[in-house]
Design a protein around this ligand. Structure first.
Ligand code: ATP
Ligand code: MG
Length: 433
């Protein structure tokens, strides 16, 4: 059979001026209804669905009757207006070419989450999954756009590393010739070397964490958008984080209104996020807020998924939680000069119960403090030789952050679990498909 790359999609051809014209479309059979006098084929492509009809007595009728759900076809026919059809148009089929007839499709309405993720390779075609992936595409593109417009250089760090950044408990370890290697948890230490040369840098790359406590917001492989900036302090980096999130959400609202509608996403909080300044609260005020919302947190408690869910469930705009006790953060965060028991860090908590989407802050920028912090954390200075060098040869004040892109997509689409936001999610229990 001749393969025709049809350039146009359903959304491109369904317009008043095309009514009466011959249309050619490739697609999948979203559903098919067979009657004595008509066969109605709902044809689906990445842009939507359109009803195609073949009548008894027409040469296409036998071929149309062969079609099953999820068969792949090329349809040629004349475009008509039809108020009753989804989208308002219909195609009278004049020719059908079959690429592949589908066996009985395993995915039907009402399946449980585990079954759907076991069949992610087929479920991926569904209109809801397609809608989420279109939002995800907008999120990635608009992150690049934001940093590009802001004069940041895109730069990469290795995925095989010799040591830990975020703490040993979530390290994936592997044999690396005669040594041990680990999968990167963050680009942090490398970013601090590269920032001395380029001053404003970012990357979007996978990070890996062997998360033992399974929650609705943790993956073992996630996409991490990280940025680092020279001569910038905590307030400066929070400004960048806030502008980035506003930009991405604005783009999602502009580009994906149809997808957000299909997903049933009420967009009020997204509009408010674009328009309203994000409140900046100190860690102790966040603890007070949590306790007002029914939690019983002690000062010094770390905030996890459950605590942050309680804190943010009534919010409609992201909130910064700043200046955590030093024990709660990795060694590279700069102690607050006015209160060295706390560090100049921030977490950005998404509203509607989602919690942390960004972790950032100002970095240690003098050698003595760095060596002391390594000792306090029980880390061997020898393993951080090149990192200490960065403070030995012209240290500069600098700040940065890491954004969990999958978490941002989950919140924008208001999904109940991070797995929905990722094409093929990786969790402690899931390595296939
Ligand atoms: P959490 O407390 O939720 O485990 P974290 O504080 O360990 O997160 P950071 O080290 O600050 O995370 O990483 C920066 C960002 O990367 C987080 O704000 C989050 O959006 C994202 N992130 C971290 N771990 C994961 C994960 N396992 N799965 C998905 N995203 C993650
Ligand atoms: Mg964090």
């Amino acid at each position: 059979m001749e393969i025709i790359l049809v350039e146009k999609l359903i959304k491109d051809v369904t317009s008043k001026e095309n009514v009466g014209r011959k249309i050619v479309l490739n697609g999948f059979v979203n559903s098919v209804r067979k009657g004595k006098n008509n066969v109605f084929v709902m044809l689906r492509d990445p842009s939507g669905v359109i009803q195609c009809v073949s009548h008894a007595g027409e040469t296409t009728f036998t071929e149309a009757n062969r079609l099953t759900r999820e068969s792949s076809v090329r349809v040629e026919g004349v475009l008509k207006e039809d108020r009753r059809a989804e989208g308002g148009y219909e195609i009278s089929i004049e020719n059908i070419s079959v690429y592949g007839i589908a066996d009985s499709f395993p995915i039907k309405k009402g399946h449980k989450k585990v079954f759907l993720f076991d069949n992610r390779h087929l479920w991926f075609r569904s209109r809801r999954v397609t809608a989420i992936m279109k939002v995800r595409s907008t999120v990635f593109k608009s992150i690049h756009e934001f940093f590009d417009d802001g004069g940041f250089y895109e730069i990469q760090s290795p995925s095989f590393v010799g040591g830990s950044v975020e703490g040993g408990s979530t390290l994936f370890e592997m044999d690396y010739f005669e040594k041990k290697a680990y999968l990167s948890q963050s680009w942090q230490l490398y970013a601090e070397a590269m920032v001395d040369s380029l001053w404003k840098i970012y990357t979007i790359a996978p990070s890996f964490r062997a998360e033992k406590s399974k929650t609705w917001r943790h993956l073992t492989e996630f996409w991490h958008a990280e940025a680092e900036m020279a001569f910038t302090d905590l307030d400066g980096i929070m400004d960048i984080e806030e502008r980035l999130i506003k930009h991405v959400v604005k783009r999602a609202l502009e580009n994906n209104s149809a997808e957000l509608k299909l997903l049933g996403r009420e967009t009020g909080p997204l509009h408010k996020t674009v328009e309203t300044p994000f409140p900046r609260m100190r860690y102790e005020d966040i603890i007070d807020l949590a306790n007002k919302n029914g939690l019983k947190l002690e000062y010094g408690a770390d905030l996890g998924a459950d605590e942050e869910r309680a804190i943010t469930s009534k919010l409609e705009v992201p909130v910064f939680s700043m200046r955590y006790p030093i024990k709660l953060k990795p060694f590279y965060h700069k102690p607050d000069p006015s209160d060295p028991t706390h560090v100049l860090c921030n977490d950005l908590l998404a509203p509607e119960g989602y919690g942390e989407i960004v972790g950032g802050g100002q970095r240690v920028d003098d050698k003595e403090t760095l060596l002391r912090r390594l000792r306090e954390e029980g880390l061997d200075e020898k393993n951080y030789g090149w990192y200490v060098d960065l403070r030995r040869y012209g240290a500069i004040p600098h700040s940065g952050f890491g954004l969990g892109v999958d978490r941002l997509v989950m919140w924008i689409c208001k999904m109940p679990h991070i797995m929905y936001a990722v094409p093929f999610p990786r969790t402690p229990r899931r390595l296939t498909p």
